[in-house]
Design a protein around this ligand. Structure first.
Ligand SMILES: O=C(O)CCC(=O)C(=O)O
Ligand SMILES: [Fe+2]
Length: 280
């Protein structure tokens, strides 16, 4: 047996124990980000997220809010080719670039939903703006079935343009967030779960996609199986925020004035990240 397989085998019970603790809500945690009229949409999204592992909010961002995000997005990705992915632009340090990016990350309904899911303090662990241009239909990296992290991890993907059914949409295997993926299962030959999903026709009805009009949001537990898709149809512009509770925090940079202007509960969703840097 290869050495890292042995280590993984030994570590799995430890990760399972950690996972159990991670999933326990924190007594006394108050999830109150949304005003009364937004509680119902958040409650619905939370029920969908808990049941399916993904919730869609069609055209959640509209009008001036969406337009501001689009403008800030253009600035953010200009001259930022993605070294890891062909035909792509990416900026992974966006929060300090525009208050619109912070405002979207801390949207009332999104936070109410995510707080309800975790039941404990959480923060933005990463944020990016990404443009994927039409590209050959190859399967690689995140454009294959995979899961991120061993523990629960909520991602929010905001579509800045309409996403048609034949577009470079992200796909999600509904209900796959309910099981624990140990290191072994990710080692499947030739894939990060490609064979498992494509080889089982019974799973087809469970596959859903982040499609819809511009401003649509997909909130998903990235510990469930999901896959990006490359194809030659249309460009996809997205903002992706990742919210975590105790690991996988990465450095995020925000403007001091933007942080100071926030109500305390929302401010915490940035500053609970131990690597949150505040710029003058
Ligand atoms: O860009 C995509 O469609 C894949 C996204 C993804 O894998 C993720 O957000 O975890
Ligand atoms: Fe992913």
């Amino acid at each position: 047996m290869k050495r890292n397989r042995v280590i993984s085998f030994l570590k799995t019970p430890i990760f399972k124990a950690k996972e159990y603790l991670h999933r326990r809500p924190q007594p006394g945690f108050r999830c109150d980000f949304a005003p009364p009229e937004q509680k119902e949409p958040a409650r619905k999204a939370l029920a969908e997220l808990e049941r399916e592992g993904i919730a869609l909010l069609p055209a959640h961002f509209t009008g001036a809010r969406l337009e501001k995000l689009r403008q800030a997005f253009e600035e953010a990705v200009r001259n930022h080719p993605d070294k890891a992915n062909p035909d792509s632009l990416i900026n992974e340090d966006i929060l300090h670039l525009s208050p619109a990016f912070v405002e979207a990350a801390l949207d009332d309904v999104l936070l109410e939903t995510i707080g309800g899911y975790y039941g404990k303090p959480f923060a933005v662990g990463r944020a990016n703006a990404m443009r994927i241009l039409p590209s050959p239909e190859t399967r690689y990296g995140s454009y294959q079935w995979h899961h991120d992290s061993r523990g629960r991890q909520v991602h929010v993907m905001i579509l800045l343009q309409d996403m048609p059914e034949n577009g470079q949409k992200m796909s999600y295997l509904r209900q796959s967030h309910l099981r624990y993926y140990d290191h072994w299962r990710g080692l499947a030959e030739g894939s990060r779960f490609e064979k498992e999903v494509h080889g089982n026709p019974e799973l087809a009805p469970l596959i859903t996609h982040i499609t819809g009009p511009a401003g649509t949001v997909g909130i998903f537990d990235a510990n469930g199986l999901h896959s990006g898709n490359r194809c030659q149809t249309v460009t996809r512009d997205t903002l992706t925020y990742c919210y975590v509770t105790y690991r996988h925090f990465k450095k995020i940079r925000c403007r001091k004035a933007d942080v100071a202007a926030l109500p305390p509960a929302k401010r915490g969703v940035l500053t609970f990240n131990p690597f949150c840097e505040q710029l003058d």
